[in-house]
Ligand binder design. Structure first.
Ligand code: TXA
Ligand code: MG
Length: 350
């Protein structure tokens, strides 16, 4: 076993026709309290059975995640939510009919089979039915809800391939834990989180289901374009903290065209600084699956500054822009004035 990747087992599994025996063993491992990193259509999750509070608590240790940040519970179908949510209102049913299985998390009043270790002590629970054959079968095999955050260290870039998980979490996982490898996750960004426990439905995180589609089902919903909370705040949804999805290389988000980007890169070069443009397709549907991989690889090349260009803020573009904005710690550039260049200079020099 590669010491850098730790002692967790690594199991390659077919993404479309996963082996039943392997899935059966992993369901048993979850019931016995192991952590299993598994693919969903969005990103890889680090799963624990909600019937094993000890295992759920270990998720927080392995991720380095604050205990105040609640976990999403994953189930294979709506019927499996019995006991996990206290009630499943009409609006939840409408969302489930429209988007499940799929990249939507619904926050509802919690049921009796969900402990404080899952909800961070809160009265609500986020639930979702993922659309990935491996996830779906694993959840059925486990027989209990599976609490799973994205399988990355807290605040870092989410994993879209098993190697990302191994590199990030391997050193913290144990010999009974397993990292499943079913190739790249198709969607590439996390689920949209909709809170149905407030007065009006509220989007807590933009993601795989576009805002427009949620609005088409529910009518009006609340949710700001750029929902940012101070890191010190007790956030309604801590994933809204600005520290999320952060590369090591300082990054800024450019609101402008290619001409502005070239001007910025040239200006930085004149100052002896190497800046790199995060290379993403302009179409959000194409950009989403590449976003985290490109962020990771750009980060590993160690340039002085990363520049990313905002996408058109509609459809999946909202979710992608949100991740870019956070990766850039909220720093947005709109011109190449001397003031801006000075700011970028000192940012790039750390
Ligand atoms: O696509 C996804 O949602 C992935 C895959 C693995 O399912 N999971 C994921 O989990 O992204 P995580 O923990 O990295 O992000 C979940 C977000 C966090 O921002 C968390 O604060 C919020 O959802 N959340 C979870 N339960 C909540 C609750 N009861 N109330 C408000 N926010 C909640
Ligand atoms: Mg996450």
């Amino acid at each position: 076993m590669d010491p850098e990747h730790g002692t967790a087992g690594r199991v390659v599994i077919d993404a479309v026709h996963p082996d039943d025996d392997v899935i059966g063993d992993l369901g048993a491992a979850l019931r016995e309290g192991a952590l299993v990193a598994f693919p969903t259509e969005t990103v890889y999750g680090l799963g624990a059975s909600i019937a094993r509070p000890d295992a759920v608590r270990r998720i927080f240790e392995v991720k380095g995640r604050p205990a105040t940040d609640p976990l999403i519970v994953h189930v294979p179908e709506v019927a499996a939510l019995d006991g996990i949510v206290d009630r499943f209102p009409r609006r939840a049913m409408d969302l489930a009919d429209a988007f499940w299985p799929g990249p939507l998390t619904i926050v509802l009043p919690r049921g009796t089979s969900v402990g404080d270790e899952v909800t961070a002590g809160g009265p609500t629970v986020g639930v979702r039915v993922p659309a990935h054959p491996v996830a779906e079968r694993l959840l059925r095999a486990c027989g209990y809800g599976v609490a799973a955050p994205s399988a990355n260290r807290f605040g870092r870039i989410s994993p879209t391939v098993a190697d990302d998980v191994a590199r990030d979490l391997g050193p913290w996982l144990g010999p009974a834990d397993v990292i499943l490898d079913a190739g790249a996750t198709p969607l590439g960004i996390e689920s949209t989180v909709v809170d149905l426990t407030a007065g009006r439905p509220t989007i807590l995180r933009h993601g795989g289901v576009p805002l427009e589609d949620v609005v088409a089902v529910l009518g009006e919903v609340d949710g700001m374009e750029r929902r940012v909370v101070d890191d010190e705040d007790r956030a309604a949804s801590p994933g809204t903290s600005l520290r999320h999805y952060a590369p090591d290389t300082p990054m800024v988000l450019v609101e402008g065209d290619r001409v502005l980007v070239d001007r910025l890169i040239d200006g930085l070069r004149e100052r002896g600084l190497g800046a790199e443009l995060l290379d993403l397709p302009a179409s959000a549907v194409d950009a989403a699956p590449l976003l985290y991989r490109r962020l990771r690889s750009a980060d590993s090349r160690g340039s002085d500054l990363l520049l990313a260009v905002v996408l058109s803020p509609e459809g999946l573009g909202r979710g992608v822009n949100d991740r870019l904005f956070r990766a850039a710690h909220g720093r947005v550039v709109i011109d190449s004035s001397p003031t801006t260049m000075g700011r970028l200079d000192s940012l790039a020099r750390g």
